[in-house]
Every structure is written in C-alpha cells, then in structure tokens.
Design a protein around this ligand. Structure first.
Ligand code: TRP
Length: 361
C-alpha cells in the first residue's frame, strides 16, 4: 500500500519554534527520507474560519505567511504538495456524509475540542462548524488516503476520530477508506514546547513565542529573557532542571555537533545538565549556548525566507498548483465514497438496468 502523508496547520498566525519542533522539522525529514509516495501539507483555512468567522482578513493574510514558513523551513514544492483547504470543495462534501457516522456525544468527548472551547470562552454560543471540525479533519485526512499524520499530541483525538469514521464507513459501505496513524514527535520536549515564560504552551496571545521568521537580535533578546530556575540565584547554587525552559529548549534543539562547535568543554547535554544541578554553572552561559544553537537552526530558514519574499507571486503559484493537484486526488476519493454509498446514480449502469427491468412488466 502507498505510504501517504497528510498534515497541516491553521493559518491564524506565523509559525513559531513550537510548530517547528512539534511537526515541521519532522515533515522536512520525512520529505527528504524518500520513504513516502506522496506528501500533502494543508493550509487549513476553512478550519481556521470555524472560530474566526468574523475575522476573514486574519486568515487571508496568514495563508502566505504559513506558506513562507513551510518553504523556508525546507518544505520543497517539488517533493511535497502544499494546498489550501478551501480550494478543495470535495472536502466539505465528504464532511457532510461522514457527519452521519458521528454522534453528538462522541464529539462532546473530544478532549482537544473541550480544552479549545474552554480557552475560547464560547459558553453557550459554540459555532456548529467549530464543534464539528473533527469530522472535517477526518475528510482532510481520508480524502488523500493518508496513512500517516505527523502532528503534535493535541491532534491525537482528531486522528482517533478519523479512525472511527473510517472503520464505520468501511463496515457499512464496504472497504473504501484508509485508516491513518498519527506520528508523534519522538522527543518529549518537542511534544509541547513551552513559551519563553515557562507557561505551558506557546501562544500568540500570551506573547511568549519565538517565531521562525524572527530576527537574530529578537531571538537573542527572547532567549536571554527566558524563564529558568527562580531559586538559582548565585552561580555556585545548585540549579533545577524541572520546568527550566532553557533546558527544555536544549532538549528539543541541541545536537552533538552544537556542543563541538559552541561548547566543546562539555561532551553533551547530560554533562551540561549535571553541572547545572551540581552548581557552578550560570544561567547566562547556558542561555548563550541556547542562543547559538537556535541561531544556527534558524539562520538558514531566515535566509530562505528573505529569498522567497522577493517572489511572492511564485509562492501563490505553488499554492495554486498544489491545490489543483490535490483537488484531483480528493475528487477521485469522493467518487469512490459515493459509489460505495450507492449515490452515484448516473455512473451505475447496473442500477439503470435494474430499474428498466423493474418497470418493464
Ligand atoms: N487541526 C490542525 C491544527 O489545529 C490543522 C489541521 C487541519 C490538520 N486538518 C488537518 C492537521 C489534518 C493534521 C491533519 O493545526
């Protein structure tokens, strides 16, 4: 069976380093591994509109931002198809049929939806579209017959919902859809990278993000202001790693070659951590190291972005071509779905012949 990736992001803002270690970096590795037959990366504007109906400009502006983030991080349009969700109307049609296979109480149990509802403070005014977006996400995934969804932990309930829809669809209508699996980051720090203030998650509204497109100086400023161990006052004091954001970021970003290049006195991260816990290692030294690590990772991304920004029509062309190509694939799946559901009246010669027979005597 073909190995197919589908994943994506809502275009509600620029992507930050949490997106990068949580999913984007992995996508680039998977893309370049050559192990996948097809890779689709979706800019999920229709999903973004489910809780931004009154702010279409925000979504519109961020389409090109996210596309620039993708391509500057290494998503190569020659190897991966980048598409815009709303350009594929077949997805809404699939969503409508899948909605019959999901109960309201099942939607109510989705933990990601639960926490998002709370965060947004919808109260009793939950938009129906928002409530049902897990069904539309199942359409996104199945339309491309995806086997693999590289994503963060928060997307697990969506993939589980998709698996259930696939199972139920295939049971009722016959084997048609492909069951997908999530591919989570393999490193715990990457699962949920905290904001620079140590708060649980990076979020634009908390102002605690480091963006992929951020300048060298701003990255440095943010790193130097990062939350560490508030009880580590003097250099000699023993420090704690628990909830220490700088070390969490090092867990997510530092590679052996960074030690060779920027901190050759230490064999690796374990040795650095041990010294910090023992006492005698100052925060500033660790932060400077983290800054070097981050800059070396972000510098090539920044450079590619600067190049791409000089040719924005090319970026739109990539999105247009990708969406057109993706639409053909989704349309073929929709044909399969409709045939399985027996709602392909005009393609079904046997059906016409049966009717002819039925009314002929
Ligand atoms: N829900 C994802 C997010 O919040 C975006 C998304 C839409 C997605 N469709 C998808 C992710 C399909 C993976 C697969 O960022």
């Amino acid at each position: 069976m073909a190995k197919i990736i589908l994943t994506g992001d809502r275009p509600t803002g620029k992507l930050h380093v949490g997106h990068y270690v949580g999913s984007l970096r992995r996508r680039v590795e998977l893309q370049n591994s050559g192990e996948f037959d097809k890779i689709y990366i979706m800019i999920a504007d229709a999903q973004a509109l489910t809780d931004n109906a009154d702010n279409p400009d925000k979504i519109r502006e961020n389409i090109v931002e996210v596309a620039l983030d993708y391509m500057s991080a290494g998503i190569d349009p020659a190897k991966s198809t980048i598409l815009i969700q709303s350009m594929i109307p077949e997805l809404t049609e699939l969503t409508f049929y899948y909605a019959n296979l999901v109960t309201i109480s099942r939607l109510e149990r989705n933990p990601t939806i639960k926490s998002e509802l709370q965060m947004r403070g919808f109260g009793n005014s939950i938009p129906v579209g928002f409530y049902t977006y897990p069904i539309s996400q199942a359409a996104d995934i199945t339309a491309f017959k995806a086997t693999t969804v590289p994503a963060g932990e928060d997307q697990m309930p969506m993939v589980e919902q998709t698996q259930e829809i696939v199972q139920r669809f295939n049971y009722i209508y016959g084997e048609t859809l492909v069951t997908p699996h999530i591919l989570l980051p393999d490193n715990k720090a990457c699962l949920r990278l905290p904001g620079i203030d140590g708060k649980a998650k990076m979020s634009k509204s908390l102002g605690n993000c480091i963006y992929l497109s951020e300048s060298e100086e701003d990255v440095k400023k943010k790193v130097m202001s990062m939350f560490t161990d508030p009880n580590h006052i003097k250099i000699e004091d023993p420090g704690s790693l628990e909830g220490n954001t700088v070390f969490t970021y090092l867990d997510a970003f530092a590679k052996p070659e960074h030690f060779e290049e920027f901190l050759p006195d230490y064999a690796g991260l374990d040795e650095l951590k041990a010294h910090y816990e023992r006492g005698g290692l100052g925060d500033v030294k660790v932060k400077k190291f983290l800054n070097n690590v981050l800059q070396s990772e972000l510098e090539p991304i920044r450079k590619r972005r600067a190049e791409l920004q000089k040719d924005i029509p090319y970026v739109y062309e990539v999105l247009k071509k990708g969406s057109e190509e993706a639409r053909k694939v989704a349309a073929a799946t929709l044909d399969d779905v409709k045939a399985s559901m027996k709602i392909n009246y005009f393609d079904d010669n046997a059906l016409i012949q049966e009717s002819v027979k039925k009314y002929s005597n």
